[in-house]
Design a protein around this ligand. Structure first.
Ligand SMILES: [Mn+2]
Length: 278
């Protein structure tokens, strides 16, 4: 059994500031207890598919500390392989792994992971990669990832990581070194990255639909290096869907706009089952 969940955005608001964030975060703790007793009671795989903790909207250390209950649940899941696939809002996790690798609580931590179940191969990515490809003007994944990591470190409780990062870039242009192509308006690009999925994906270019088309397209064999019968699992858009004949499923989000549910995905005997947590 594989359980997959993405876009929980833990600790995205300071304690006491937003009762919904508090409720959602608490619900995720309950969810981990639930799957420990049920789906994963005799082992299995848990894929944390990115944007689990929100480092863009908060001070990095505070967001980690406030996720204490979740971390302790994860560390006590016995016999379960935990795979952390980074998203844009928690991209910095990749670096933490380098610092603390020996006792990191995750079995794998990467931008992608592949698992097989019931004779089928599943490819997991967070999905920001598809948004970069869907941008009509600017498609540098290297630049996007550099910005995503920068925003993780620039996040503070005032929520203006984009402006903070831009100030840093203006002081030290070396941040942009090695990036061959840049958006014409870097600070504007950073600010638009901070917008919610509705605003980003439903704008004039309907990026959201392009992302979904790309994810269903056979062309993904080329741009994601997937085998023809592999199933793609991604999140990021907060719009859950399952297209079984195209071999793609989106995990949705932990009730973050526009997703109305605590959504996740189960994979058992090679079958994909989209679920919501009560
Ligand atoms: Mn995301």
């Amino acid at each position: 059994m594989i359980v997959v969940v993405s876009d929980v955005h833990l600790a995205e608001a300071p304690p006491g500031e937003d009762p919904k964030v508090r409720r959602d975060d608490q619900k995720f703790v309950e969810f981990l207890d639930y799957i420990a007793e049920n789906q994963l009671s005799s082992g299995g795989d848990l894929v944390l598919l990115g944007d689990i903790i929100d480092f863009w909207r908060r001070d990095f250390a505070k967001a980690l500390m406030e996720s204490d209950e979740v971390v302790s649940r994860l560390m006590s899941l016995s016999g379960v392989n935990i795979h952390y696939v980074v998203g844009n809002h928690d991209y910095y996790m990749l670096r933490l792994n380098k610092v603390l690798s020996t006792k990191f609580p995750f079995n794998t931590l990467d931008k992608t992971v592949q698992l097989s179940d019931g004779g089928k191969n599943f490819v997991f990515i967070h999905g920001y990669q598809l948004e970069v490809l869907s941008n009509p003007y600017y498609k540098s994944l290297t630049a996007y990832e550099r910005f995503a990591e920068g925003l993780c470190l620039a996040g503070d409780d005032a929520g203006d990581a984009a402006d903070k990062l831009w100030e840093t870039i203006e002081l030290s242009k070396s941040f942009l070194d090695g990036l061959r192509r840049l958006p014409t308006n870097v600070s504007g690009a950073l600010r638009s990255m901070m917008h919610g999925p509705n605003e980003r994906l439903e704008g004039a270019h309907k990026t959201g639909s392009t992302i979904e088309e790309l994810s269903r397209s056979r062309a993904r064999s080329i741009y994601l290096g997937m085998g023809k019968d592999d199933v793609l699992v991604f999140g990021h858009t907060h719009r859950p869907f399952y297209a079984s004949k195209d071999g793609v499923v989106n995990t949705g989000s932990w009730k973050k706009n526009p997703c109305k549910d605590y959504s996740y995905v189960e994979i058992e005997d090679g079958q994909v089952v989209p679920k919501t947590f009560p």
